[in-house]
Ligand binder design. Sequence first.
Ligand SMILES: *Cc1c(COP(=O)(O)O)cnc(C)c1O
Length: 434
Amino acid sequence: MLTHQHLIPLTDQKASIDFARELDQNDPLNKFRDRFYIPKDQYGNDLIYFCGNSLGLQPKTTKSYIDQELHDWANLGVEGHFEATNPWMPYHEYLTSTMAKIVGAKNSEVVVMNSLTVNLHLMMVSFYRPTSTRYKILIEGDAFPSDDYAVSSQLHNHNISRKDGLIKWKARPGEDLPRMEDLEAILKKEGDQIALIMIGAVNYYTGQFFDLKKITQLGHQYGCKVGFDCAHGAGNVSLNLHDSGADFAVWCSYKYLNSGPGSLAGCFVHERHTNDPTLKRFAGWWGHNKETRFNMRHEFDPIPSAEGWQLSNPPILSMAAIKASLSIFDKAGIDQITKKATQLSGYLSNLIKNMNNDRISIITPEDADQRGCQVSIKVENADKSLHEQLTAAGVITDWREPDVIRAAPVSLYNTFEEVFMMVEKLKAIISDKS
Ligand SMILES: *Cc1c(COP(=O)(O)O)cnc(C)c1O
């Protein structure tokens, strides 16, 4: 089996489809593809779907999980809260332990609620507490737009301008990836003014998986709070959130977690904070002590776990889709999934390097500890027509201006053969053009 600490050039034999098929045969997760609906072209052939980093595919069991709740709702009405096959009252609790395993946290540190950006705001209410001297927020240079808008609006909410309050940890000119030593330099210079460091654990554009523990330790050393957006990390890499020491983290469930478009998000609060009644927070009745929630007259008494940040009673139909997907993660095991993720991306990167085409480079880090399954491929002088040709050839990837193809072969349903075929198709398109 390929184990890519760093990328190794391929021999001719290893750059063949037979080798790709051998990798699939030896893949302990190869049976899981069958559990998903694979989108097809007009002739009924499976598309090569490398967009699981945007929207994960639908498990075949999702419908029956949702049908169960529709059935119980039809037959039981309000009694379903207690009498449904899966009583709705504690429904979010059914998701906790698998979700906690996926992100490497204790059960008490994890809750599924709201959507990602909402959770990010709720976490910043608690963990971004600016003072007159410590009020800045640091994010990575190429942060996802929603994260940038969220932190900027938090600054604005405290009457702090973006110009004064937002620090970006950027890649150096001519480079694609921000360097750890530059983060250290920023902190050395203005760490005592930074209230919060909020980084995408796996950057959505480059696929770079940051060292969460190192960033957290560094931030804490300067007295900053540290949180991570794990949208591209959950279900893809080993996040080890508890061990990282991060103050909070958020992620969505519709990318690598295959829980359906716009499905509910995850939230992590480190256990050193979950039972701290002095923390400021925006509250709702679902975060209140379960014993007295329905007495309706009590002062807010937060649940001493991440659940204490819940606002509303949650959408059960959406949670049913998450439950269906998590049962697959339970069977496959997150360790196998994250291991295969780096093997798929390593293989894809190797095949692309083997093209020896000067126009093509990979911006995702080579080191397996610094990436998941996504490979961001830069094609000089390319435009969106390259992406359109790939799509026409049955390869679903994602195009990011000005010149990057993001390809994410996913452990649960993609194969090494698909990776091989994608590169063959890319070769054909590129050689046609030059
Ligand atoms: C996908 C993604 C989002 C999306 O936010 P929603 O609130 O789920 O719409 C936000 N941040 C990052 C880093 C993402 O990758």
